[in-house]
Design a protein around this ligand. Structure first.
Ligand code: ARG
Length: 294
């Protein structure tokens, strides 16, 4: 089922089947990471401007932060020529089948420079024991950046309008075996849902209201008890919504988003600042750099 409007919501999150939080996190080594062409507005001034050694250290810091929180980190080797492969969030949408088999729905990237990432990452996920599925031909879909599980429940928040087609969400609802709520993305700077929306725990989301439509915000408010608002400047400059809460408590986010961190603390979360500044040059922060899966 795909939920199109707030009137259609005749359930509360607590009525939905429970899901465990994913325990594994897929990364890709940043060996070949670079900014060589502009496919989102954040990249504009950064072509040829990446410090690879620094990027490597930042990536290692993020990897170690996940290990410290007890997640099982698996890293796919980066591939020459695939500059954006490090952003594994876009590779696939993870799922857990009713018989507990882990799976992934592979993406179909919207930009040519990223097409060839998918076969490498499909092989990687199969090696990890996942069932790899595909959407029908011709439908664009950029994975976990535009398909975000509601923490702990069988419900998916889906972005569309920039990189992902609206039709992807009808197909996903049946493969993922979960209702999907499509959220329209109109602003190019917020080109994946994970740049303006972050599901922190079952009760709490963090959003940048300036990037979302009022009717979509109404749906978010209906299904999350608490909605923390990220100031627009922090959402644009530090990609503060591109944060990740893997355990219901710690929130990994780009360094320097002071107001966002304060709101997180007030809501009882523990912000963990990480500097992924070299990846911000590509229009990405913490959430983009990993894909959690079961
Ligand atoms: N440069 C990459 C792109 O534009 C960054 C991807 C960021 N990923 C994300 N899930 N927001 O495709």
């Amino acid at each position: 089922m795909v939920i199109e409007s707030v009137e259609q919501i005749d359930f509360s999150v607590g009525d939905l089947p429970k899901m465990p939080l994913p325990g594994r996190v897929a990364l890709a080594t940043p060996t070949h990471y670079d900014v060589q062409c502009v496919i989102n507005p954040h990249m504009t001034r950064h072509v040829g401007n990446v410090d690879r050694a620094r990027a490597r250290r930042q990536w290692e810091t993020l990897r170690d932060a996940y290990r410290k929180l007890g997640l099982d980190v698996c890293a796919a080797p980066g591939v020459e020529g695939l500059y954006d492969m490090v952003f594994t969030a876009n590779a696939a949408a993870p799922f857990l089948a009713p018989d507990n088999t882990p799976g992934v729905v592979m993406s179909r990237m919207a930009t040519e420079s990223r097409y060839d990432e998918t076969p490498h990452l499909e092989r990687f996920f199969r090696e990890q024991g996942c069932d790899a599925r595909h959407l029908p031909e011709g439908i664009l879909f950029e994975g976990g950046g535009d398909a975000i599980w509601h923490p702990g429940r069988r419900l998916v928040w889906g972005g569309y309008g920039q990189r992902t087609d609206r039709a992807a969400h009808d197909a996903l609802a049946s493969i993922l075996n979960a209702p999907v709520i499509p959220i329209r993305l109109d602003d190019e700077a917020f080109y994946h849902l994970d740049t303006s929306f972050c599901a922190l725990d079952e009760r709490t989301a963090m959003i940048c209201p300036a990037a979302l439509r009022d009717e979509d915000i109404a749906i978010i408010r209906k299904l999350f008890e608490r909605v923390l608002e990220v100031p627009e400047d922090e959402a644009r400059e530090q990609l503060a919504c591109n944060a990740h809460c893997p355990d219901g408590r710690h929130v990994l986010l780009q360094q320097g988003a002071a107001q966002t961190m304060q709101r997180l603390r007030e809501a009882g979360f523990e912000p963990v600042e990480i500097d992924v500044g070299e990846f911000l040059k590509s229009g990405a922060a913490v959430y983009c750099m990993k894909l959690t899966f079961w």
